[in-house]
Design a protein around this ligand. Structure first.
Ligand SMILES: [Zn+2]
Ligand SMILES: [Zn+2]
Length: 102
């Protein structure tokens, strides 16, 4: 049984094999990032509807910035965000990365 499978795999067109690999990695990416893009989507919609007011000040450094980002501490709660300027947002993610490393 095992020997027969080895021979079967040899006949697989390498191009076909590569394509299925790419498809798998895309699926994995969606699975691991889908909740993030959904959270951003819901947040953007809430801001557009006016349900949520995007401030002009960063919650961390209290600087006014043209592009304030809604940062999700918990992607399961798409409308609970911290509003951060891009540098603070970046720093927050660095902190989270370091936290998960420890
Ligand atoms: Zn800031
Ligand atoms: Zn963030």
């Amino acid at each position: 049984m095992i020997i027969r499978n080895v021979f079967a795999n040899r006949n697989v067109n390498p191009k076909k094999r590569n394509r299925s690999k790419i498809l798998i990695s895309q699926k994995r990416w969606r699975e691991s990032n889908g909740h993030k893009s959904r959270a951003h989507d819901l947040l953007n919609k809430a801001v557009k509807r006016g349900d949520l007011v995007k401030p002009t000040l960063c919650e961390k450094c209290h600087d006014a910035h043209r592009h304030i980002h809604g940062h999700h501490e918990d992607y399961e709660k798409p409308l609970e965000v911290i509003w951060l300027c891009p540098p603070c947002h970046h720093n927050r993610h660095e902190e989270l990365l370091n936290d998960s490393k420890n």
